[in-house]
Write a protein that binds this ligand. Structure first.
Ligand code: PDD
Length: 281
């Protein structure tokens, strides 16, 4: 595979990251995962806008990344990924410098890495739904920034794995927030509900697509806090994200959600999402 590092396309085996890279030393970096469908990038500009937002929040010396759309397209072409689905992973760190906690000199170039990888859609999960668990949120208070500092997510996802669940969803002070790699939606009394955008969740691109679809299809939807205590009244639950798309959650903490199978609103949204993907990406 050919990958991208700091302006060059190189075979994967020739990609070398310095041990002084601040991403390695401090997880002082950002990432994005962009999906492609048959080689077409899905919502690329929204992903790069979020990268810009993160770069401003972390006070990086460069905050314009629109050129990465071309890099992503190049990676898809050069790696022959124009058929089937894939993901383009992008990581940007504050660059290479001797280890100090404060920022390196302002002229230090950022490290910019990108790679495209084929993706197998988890068809069975989309069709049958998945088990999820709730876990206490032990992350920092800037979950709106997509940093590579993911160790709390790693621990939570491992816990899910060990509980035969596919995703762990963070709960903070009784409020359900988001998954380790997805946003969270519930259907309560026929209303599609997702937590509002705050510093405690990532402003997911798929989340916004789902909200837009609800609006377009006149499905009642609301952005408001979801309490753990009301989850047993939910008729449907979904986790949504670039790789998850819209995945029904049919069991939470080993308890059945609704009838224990994907519900009608989830199905309707999945279908609308598919149609949108084939018409606009
Ligand atoms: N994760 N919340 C978190 C914590 C995430 O890591 C992600 C995405 C999302 C969904 O965002 P989007 O719809 O923009 O993909 C929500 C990526 C896919 C990952 O870490 O692999």
């Amino acid at each position: 595979m050919l990958e991208y590092l700091n302006g060059r396309y190189l075979p994967r085996g020739e990609i070398a990251i310095s041990p002084d890279d601040r991403g390695f030393l401090f997880s002082d970096g950002l990432y994005e995962v962009i999906r492609t469908y048959d080689g077409r990038l899905f919502q690329a500009q929204a992903h790069l806008d979020r990268l810009n937002y993160g770069a401003r929040a972390l006070r990086f010396n460069r905050v314009a990344f629109s050129y990465l759309t071309e890099v992503a397209q190049e990676l898809i072409q050069r790696n022959d990924l124009t058929k089937g689905d894939s993901t383009v992973y992008i990581q940007v760190t504050r660059g290479v410098a001797p280890r100090t906690h404060h920022f390196p000199p302002p002229e230090t170039p950022l490290t910019v890495y990108a790679a495209a990888t084929p993706l197998l859609t988890r068809q069975a999960e989309l069709e049958r739904g998945i088990n999820i668990i709730f876990v206490p949120d032990q992350r920092w208070a800037r979950c709106d920034i997509k940093t590579v500092s993911l160790v709390a997510n790693v621990l939570a996802h491992q816990q899910a794995q060990e509980s035969n669940a596919i995703e762990a969803v963070f709960v903070r002070d009784g409020v359900v927030l988001e998954g380790t790699r997805s946003n969270f939606f519930a259907v309560l009394e026929e209303v599609v509900i997702t937590p509002p955008k705050t510093n405690y969740i990532l402003g997911g691109i798929t989340r916004q697509v789902v909200l837009d679809l609800c609006k377009k299809l006149s499905i009642p939807c609301q952005q408001r806090p979801i309490f753990e205590s009301e989850i047993n009244q939910a008729s449907e639950l979904m986790i949504v994200g670039t790789t998850a798309e819209i995945t029904p959650a049919v069991q939470i903490n080993r308890q059945r959600v609704g009838l224990g199978k994907p519900g009608p609103i989830t199905r309707f949204l999945q279908k609308a999402f598919r149609e949108m993907v084939s018409s606009t990406s």
